[in-house]
Design a binder for this molecule. Structure first.
Ligand code: DGL
Length: 260
């Protein structure tokens, strides 16, 4: 069981930011990454639609023998992780906006959060906000339109910069000192975001924390791979695998098209 892969999925290429953290932090683990790009963005879908897509992704990863599943998507985690944990007998690790660390650090008592509509409207997100931020103001911003541009490789386009500036200016005006990124796709925008918001506002992203948590959970269930020295990685996309290739340019992994 221990040399079985870690399964990772996202609505597309956003979760590759987390996959990279995982393979760096756990270099001897095998992984399978599913990019459900054909169904992106998840952020505009209903809770039930998101759950149904997560079921499909989970079944495919389990069919491929995954020992643990990392939901590398805030929208999928906040809408579907409780359902998945109840219905599948495998450990799940999710990613959620890092409200708690931001709440502990803020001096202005104002935190900005950039996430999808699906995440900001979820029950799990509201519960976390209520739990950690009684004396802190949270300024929410939907990152409308960003995921489709990232998915289609337009990260450095003028259209994306204009959109990003519009979304962020609202947050910057409100005297925030921390900006929480609540969507794994946005990690690819960190240099641009920092340029727009300036260095006084700190960005909090959850990728590294997810990789660390993955190790904790693997240890807890006695699932750490001690057999392999360098893990093997399989990446599947159901749309256009060249997009994944663009994001992992310097790395030599097997990428396949899979119609799931
Ligand atoms: N990467 C995802 C997230 O973390 C989903 C974005 C989307 O598909 O809307 O929320």
């Amino acid at each position: 069981m221990n040399n079985k892969p870690i399964g990772i999925f996202d609505s597309g290429i956003g979760g590759l930011s987390i996959w990279k953290e995982i393979i760096t932090f756990l270099p001897n683990e095998n992984t399978i990454y599913l990019a459900d790009s054909n169904n992106a963005p998840y952020g505009q879908k209903s809770k039930q639609e998101i759950i149904d897509l997560c079921i499909k992704n989970t079944k495919l990863l389990l069919k491929n023998g995954c020992k643990i599943i990392v939901i590398a998507c805030n929208t999928a985690t906040t809408n579907a992780i409780n359902y998945l944990r109840k219905n599948y007998d495998v450990p799940f690790i999710g990613i959620e906006p890092a409200i708690k660390p931001a709440a502990l650090k803020t001096k202005t008592k104002k935190i900005g959060i950039l996430a999808t509509k699906g995440t900001l409207n979820s029950e799990l997100f509201s519960k976390n906000v209520a739990k950690f931020t009684s004396d802190i103001k949270i300024i929410e911003q939907i990152g409308e339109g960003l995921v489709p541009l990232i998915e289609t490789g337009k990260i450095n386009s003028i259209a994306l910069t204009v959109l990003l500036k519009n979304h962020l200016c609202n947050l910057v005006k409100k005297d925030i000192d921390y900006l929480v990124l609540g969507c794994s796709h946005y990690s690819f925008l960190i240099p641009q975001i920092q340029k727009i918001i300036g260095t006084k506002i700190k960005i909090i992203d959850s990728g590294e924390a997810v990789a660390k948590q993955t190790k904790v959970v693997l240890k807890k269930f006695n699932l750490i791979n001690t057999k392999t020295k360098f893990g093997k990685h399989q990446l599947f996309s159901n749309l256009d695998e060249s997009r994944i290739k663009d994001f992992i340019k310097n790395e030599n992994y097997k990428i396949n098209f899979l119609n799931f």
